[in-house]
Design a protein around this ligand. Structure first.
Ligand SMILES: *Cc1c(COP(=O)(O)O)cnc(C)c1O
Length: 457
């Protein structure tokens, strides 16, 4: 390769992809369909439509269309903060003394601080186009709620956010950003919904979970005319929107003739990873190229590495559709001391199927090692990473250190999904030595599995 690789590979604005790529179109074994929890039958468009926006339901159910043109209004909004840079981590490579070449795709360059805006703006657009008044959602660490608030403000939609109570208390600033954008934010579980009141009665003093917050948000959407529920991860439509990350990454690498060996992303519900790997996975599925694809999850919420591949509810209140995925059970609530985000009990059905079929692998990381990697990265590369993103950093460092042993000059690409300015509570705990590594025992996991619905998988 003759061209010197710059620190940052930027695409031109005109090179922003104009279509999203649907990796399902290239999967021989398609992800299992969402099931109606009442009948056990695959959900139809008619059944999904009272919950989700119509156009998004169509995207959710479409396993065949390879490319979805991105509506012009969305491309226009993307131009506020895209294309995002692909950065060569020269400083980190030097600090590690590795022959590996490390790149990261940085998605934190917007006020919401993460990749979630890529899907939030799409979902708000379709809600607006349908003539809805507003949308409801849950948020865990707060990035999704922030992103959705920004997107709703842009299109003049009402936005009701149920925020997991522990985050609501620990991240008051994130909550405040949402309010800047006009969102209505409620700590979950709350007494504003039937399901919230039930959960509070059953588990008084609970710090909440994404599963609880989803149940509340869905209830409010279904009970209020002109509202629909939107979700920031897990769903097929979200992975579709996030394919913009991978398409840009691939375009930037192609400019310099770089072919990655290893692609790494953190995995909560799977949207950034699914988006980052989409075009690469497509090549792998079509037999055109091979890549080592790694999902990194917290050891305290290990859906891939210790979960079961089964139909499960996406929410604690068990009112959502059933999805076949790697899951810890919808009743699983990660330990309250878990600081690193990625708290969802399940995983994208697309990634679950790809993992099950051997197209990617998964590793888990303890939160103390994640924060250690985060601080090394912050010092070397000058960006304070989100704890979620730092799972990917940790795995990328491990892979680069393996190259140091073997002398291999692998090219490693990872997703730096966001910034950590609102996660300083977690950094504080780490710096004070108060961050412990809670790893659920097999017995604890069994309790979650015991709650799996009895569905033919
Ligand atoms: C939400 C979030 C994640 C995890 O969600 P995925 O759907 O798995 O991508 C990772 N990083 C950041 C910064 C996030 O906000």
């Amino acid at each position: 390769m003759s061209k010197e690789i710059p620190y940052k590979i930027y695409l031109e604005e005109s090179e922003i992809p104009t279509s999203w790529y649907n990796v399902r179109s290239d999967m021989k074994i398609k992800p299992a369909p969402l099931l109606n929890p009442g009948t056990g039958q695959p959900l139809s468009l008619e059944e999904l439509s009272p919950i989700f926006c119509e156009e998004l339901c169509k995207q959710e159910l479409d396993n065949d269309t390879a490319f979805f043109p991105i509506p012009e209004e969305i491309v226009k909004f993307y131009k506020m903060y895209r294309p995002s840079p692909l950065v060569r981590a020269y400083f980190l490579e030097e600090a590690l003394g590795t022959p590996a070449k490390i790149y990261y795709k940085f998605e934190g360059n917007n006020t919401s601080g993460s990749h979630k805006l890529n899907s939030a703006i799409a979902q708000a657009y379709y809600a607006k186009k349908q003539g809805l008044k507003g949308v409801t959602t849950e948020t865990g660490a707060g990035q999704w709620g922030t992103a959705l608030s920004m997107a709703c403000a842009y299109f003049g939609l009402d936005c009701k956010v149920y925020m997991v109570k522990i985050s609501y208390e620990q991240k008051p600033f994130r909550r405040e950003v949402m309010r800047v954008y006009g969102a209505d934010v409620t700590a979950s579980p709350s007494d504003t919904t039937e399901v919230g009141r039930k959960i509070l009665e059953q588990f008084p003093g609970t710090t909440g979970s994404l599963g609880c917050a989803i149940s509340e948000a869905v209830e409010v959407a279904v009970k209020n005319e002109g509202y629909r529920y939107v979700l920031g991860s897990v769903l097929n439509q979200v992975l579709l929107h996030q394919s913009i990350i991978g398409l840009e990454t691939k375009a930037a690498l192609d400019k310099y003739g770089i072919k990655p060996d290893t692609i790494i992303g953190c995995a909560g519900g799977g949207s950034n990873l699914g988006g980052l790997i989409a075009p690469f996975m497509g090549e792998k599925l079509r037999g055109e190229a091979d890549y080592d694809i790694i999902a990194v999850e917290p050891a305290s919420c290990p859906s891939f590495t210790r979960g079961k591949f089964a139909y499960d509810f996406c929410d604690t209140g068990m009112i959502c559709p059933l999805a076949k995925m790697y899951t810890l059970g919808s009743g699983f609530i990660p330990s309250a001391n878990h600081a690193g985000g990625l708290r969802f009990h399940g995983m994208s059905t697309i990634l679950s199927q790809l993992y099950h079929d051997g197209y990617m692998r998964a590793v888990s990381a303890k939160q103390s090692e994640v924060f250690e990697a985060a601080e090394l990265f912050a010092k070397c590369e000058g960006t304070l990473p989100a704890p979620e993103s730092s799972h990917a950093i940790k795995a990328a460092i491990d892979e680069a250190l393996k190259c140091k042993e073997t002398g291999e000059e692998k090219t490693i690409v990872f997703g730096l999904t966001g910034t950590g300015y609102f996660d300083l509570k977690g950094y504080q705990q780490y710096n004070d030595g108060d961050l412990t590594d809670y790893i659920p025992t097999d017995e604890e996991l069994e309790k979650g599995f015991a709650g799996l619905p009895n569905v033919e998988a």
